[in-house]
Design a protein around this ligand. Structure first.
Ligand code: ZN
Length: 385
């Protein structure tokens, strides 16, 4: 099996992995790269480095979840010669348009509306030519999957974004694979998630009002469980949040009831309203799309404390605020820390271990602490298994 690293290796964003065997080829994820938050218009580095002939030859694109760094280039694929089918869960399909409206070029967004999409369920087995594709719940978003592909001889597991110990979302074990691509978003960070959650609880408890930018999918559920005090929700988030918790099969036991109570107790907040005496959740997490784009500026102007909890692309509104000390940052883990990735590798026992979603320096820092099978592969490289 030939593995091609189209994006997200030695960089954060545009995550994409090509797999080919005996004349059949598939692509796992087609993300966009937000790491240049200053770019006015998307350039080539915004999209995965997939050659047009490889796109035209691909039989399927399997999408792990609806975050922009995994699905944002879906319409771009269609504009650049892809004629196969997309595969994703119903939940990812439901969130796709919201994501593309913030991150896809308008003509790509239009093309995405006519995309051929096959709906998959976690645990289901799909066949594309000689390739058998299995999946399981990733614990990262409702509808989020890890993927496992084999051609009868060799196997590849792609964790996509994964949360081994979410208090909210369930993760299924990944089976053995010859190559495992782990979610290296946090590189060698090994602060226990519970410590981060306690720090966020303390930060919010010490403030009467605050703005917490968040992605629309996955993380707000973690925030609702982490923040002990009153929370308000940007009105546009209520329906997506209720949709996410309605899918009980993705949640840990008891989490659905607890989240329903938290959401019911949180008032809606509309643009133009006075600041609530609460922690206000608004998407996205970087101030690059959604209501948080304007809200971050308003909170800054009005002296409202801002807490960031996720990835801060260079030049993004969130990163700029943080750089000048106007926003605090405490990581709310929605990716594995180092020891969780070590445990994952021990369970999957790959001959080759690689990491996606972090830059080259982070990969090098990680390599010193991971099993010897770890290889710091980069976007553009290929590997024959
Ligand atoms: Zn994600």
């Amino acid at each position: 099996m030939r593995v091609t690293f189209h994006g997200g290796f030695g960089e954060k964003g545009r995550t994409s992995l090509g797999l080919a065997s005996a004349g059949t080829s598939i692509i796992l994820d087609v993300g966009i790269n937000t790491s240049d938050g200053t770019a006015a218009a998307p350039g080539p580095a915004y999209y995965p480095a997939i050659a047009p002939e490889a796109l035209a030859a691909a039989d399927a694109v399997v999408v792990s979840h609806a975050h922009e760094d995994h699905i944002g280039a879906l319409g771009w694929c269609l504009a650049n010669g892809f004629r196969g089918r997309f595969v994703m869960t119903a939940e990812t399909r439901a969130e796709m348009e919201e994501c593309l409206s913030a991150y896809a070029e308008p003509e790509h967004r239009l093309l995405a509306r006519s995309a051929a999409i096959t709906i998959a369920e976690p645990g289901e087995t799909l066949r594309v030519g000689p390739l058998t594709i299995r999946s399981g719940r990733s614990g990262h978003t409702v509808g989020g999957l890890w993927l496992h592909v084999e051609d009868g001889r060799r196997s590849v597991a792609y964790s996509a974004d994964v949360v081994p110990a979410s208090p909210v979302l369930a993760m299924d074990p990944i089976p053995h694979a010859d190559l495992l691509a782990i979610d290296a978003s946090y590189a060698d960070d090994d602060v226990p998630p519970a410590e981060r959650v306690a720090a966020i609880a303390a930060w919010t408890t010490a403030r009467k009002r605050a703005l917490m930018p968040t992605p629309l999918s996955g993380k707000p559920l973690e925030i609702l469980m982490a923040v002990p005090g009153p929370v308000a929700i940007h009105a546009s988030m209520r329906r997506p949040l209720l949709d996410q918790i309605a899918q009980a099969g993705w949640l840990r036991a008891g989490a659905g009831e607890a989240l329903a109570a938290r959401i019911a107790a949180a008032p809606d907040w509309h643009d133009g309203d006075a600041w609530p005496t609460a922690c206000l959740l608004a998407h996205d997490g970087m101030g690059m799309g959604g209501p948080s784009r304007d809200l971050i500026a308003r909170a800054d102007a009005e002296g409202v404390p801002i807490l960031l909890t996720g990835h801060l692309p260079t030049g993004s509104p969130a990163q700029l605020l943080h750089a000048r000390g106007r926003a605090d940052w405490i990581r709310l883990p929605t990716h594995p820390v180092l020891s969780e990735n070590v445990a994952l590798a021990q369970a999957v026992r790959p001959g080759i271990l690689i990491g996606h979603s972090c830059d080259g320096r982070a990969l090098a820092a990680m390599a010193a602490k991971m099993p010897p099978s770890f290889r710091p592969v980069r976007t553009g490289e290929t590997l024959d298994l």
